[in-house]
Design a protein around this ligand. Structure first.
Ligand code: CIR
Length: 255
C-alpha cells in the first residue's frame, strides 16, 4: 500500500496581521503559538502514519498555511484550485509543484473560482460548495475534470459559513459530521449524520487520517459524539488558526 503524504505549509510572518477574514472580526494572533500549534498538527499527522511534506511559507501570502484551498487531490488527478481572493492566487504554484510527483495536474481557469475548502470527496462522490469563494464556473470546471475519472459531482449551497467543509466533513465512506444550521443536511441524506451541538459552532470541521479523527480541542461535546459513534478521536489545539477562519482540514492536503 502507498504511504499517505500530508502536504502542509509554514506559518508566514504576515499571517497574524493580514490573514483574510469574512465572518469573524480580527483578533490578535500569536504567531509563536500558531507555529507551535502547526508543529503539533504536523506531529499528529506523522503519528497517524502520514509522511509530512512541509512547504516553506510564501512571502506576501498571509493565508498560505491553509494549503487545502490550493488543490483538490483525486485518485488520478490533482485539480489546482483558483482561490477567489487576489491575495491567495499566488499560493497555487508551490502547491502544484509539491503535488507533481504524486498526481497529474489539471488547472481551474478564469472566470472560475474554486477553493479546496469547498470540496468534500467521499469515495466517488464529490460535493462542491457554492460559496463566496467557489462559483458556478468553478463547479462546472471541476465536474468536467472529475466526471471522466468516474466521480459523481453535486453542488451544495453554502450560505452561512466560509466553506462547505466548515459545515460538513466525512469520517469515512458512510458517516459525516455536520452542522445543519449552516447548510441543508438533506444534501447528505445518504450518509449517517453526526450533528454538532448548536453551541459548538465550528466543530464540523474534522480531519480523518490513519484511522483517527482529529478534532479541535475547543469542541469536546462533538468529540464525545464522534467517540460514541465508534471512532477514535484526537483533540488538537488550533485556536490561533480558528481566529483566521481556518480549521483542521485547511492546514493540510492529504495525498
Ligand atoms: C481565508 O479567508 O481564506 C483564510 N483566512 C481561511 C481559509 C480557511 N480554509 C479552509 O477553510 N479551507
Amino acid at each position: 500500500m502507498q504511504n499517505t503524504v500530508a502536504i502542509t505549509r509554514d506559518v508566514p510572518d504576515s499571517f497574524a496581521g493580514d490573514c483574510a477574514l469574512t465572518f469573524l472580526a480580527r483578533e490578535p494572533i500569536d504567531t509563536v503559538e500558531a507555529r507551535r500549534q502547526h508543529a503539533a498538527y504536523r506531529a499528529a499527522l506523522h503519528d497517524a502514519g502520514c509522511t509530512v511534506v512541509n512547504l516553506p511559507a510564501g512571502a506576501g501570502m498571509p493565508d498560505a498555511v491553509f494549503v487545502e484551498d490550493a488543490a483538490i487531490v483525486l485518485r488520478d488527478v490533482a485539480v489546482m484550485a483558483r482561490p477567489a481572493l487576489a491575495t491567495r492566487l499566488a499560493e497555487v504554484a508551490a502547491v502544484a509543484h509539491a503535488l507533481a510527483p504524486y498526481r497529474a495536474p489539471a488547472f481551474i481557469q478564469p472566470p472560475a473560482t474554486l477553493e479546496g475548502g469547498d470540496v468534500l470527496v467521499i469515495g466517488r462522490r464529490i460535493f462542491v460548495g457554492l460559496s463566496s469563494r467557489t462559483n458556478r464556473a468553478g463547479f462546472d470546471q471541476l465536474a468536467g475534470i472529475a466526471t471522466p475519472h468516474g466521480y459523481d459531482v453535486a453542488d451544495v449551497a453554502v450560505p452561512a459559513c466560509l466553506h462547505l467543509k466548515t459545515a460538513v466533513t466525512a469520517l469515512d465512506g458512510e458517516t459525516v459530521v455536520i452542522n445543519p444550521r449552516w447548510l441543508d443536511a438533506a444534501a447528505f441524506s445518504e450518509f449517517r449524520q453526526i450533528e454538532t451541538p448548536p453551541d459548538e459552532t465550528f466543530a464540523a470541521n474534522t480531519l480523518s487520517a490513519g484511522g483517527i479523527v482529529h478534532v479541535s480541542k475547543r469542541w469536546p461535546r462533538t468529540a464525545s459524539l464522534i467517540e460514541a459513534a465508534g471512532y477514535r478521536t484526537r483533540p488538537l489545539d488550533i485556536c490561533e488558526f480558528e481566529k483566521a477562519e481556518g480549521g483542521l482540514t485547511c492546514l493540510s492536503l492529504i495525498v
